[in-house]
Design a protein around this ligand. Sequence first.
Ligand code: GRF
Length: 199
Amino acid sequence: MKIAVFCSGNGSNFQAIADSVKAGDIKADISVMVCDNPKAFAIERAKKLGIETFVTSLKDHKSRQDFEKAILAELEVRKIELVVLAGFMKVLSADFIAKYKNRIINIHPALLPSFAGTDGIGDAIKYGVKATGVTVHFVDAGVDTGPIILQDAVEVRPDDTHDSLAERIHKIEHQLYPRVVKLFVEGRIKIEGRVVKIT
Ligand code: GRF
């Protein structure tokens, strides 16, 4: 199966998935890393991993539609079957998502439906929850609303800062995301309505 991973920044989840592919645990090919930020560290990671990149930012295009068209063309040429959003900071349009229905997954640093949005970690600390976690879900036309595939909980400690909690959340992410990609590649994820079943 040919996979595209989308990143905007650090790319540590991309790295974790690529490492699992290299180790032979995920039997798929990361054909391309799509990136909308030419300064992203994820690009350095891709170079080291020998993975091709497609770097294009929104401001290189006349419109958001053209930006997405360029990305879609890249995916089509490469016959991509799974799009893995890994810290990709642009919201994809409903048209884009419809083209890859149930073939786009995302990771979110909270237990959805709690703390959706751009700062799931900070929002959980501010709210005072005692447990938060990580969610991997299918992407639908809403923001962080798609069918949930797997979740894992992380304790929030009384002395946690954004950084200390983020560190523990990232550790869980790096285990959970490769696991979900492997399940998808093996055809073991079924969607019934909005409920996902792992077979
Ligand atoms: C992760 O915390 C992920 O949950 C969120 O963005 C962050 C990306 O981190 N969607 P990285 O770029 O994979 O290191």
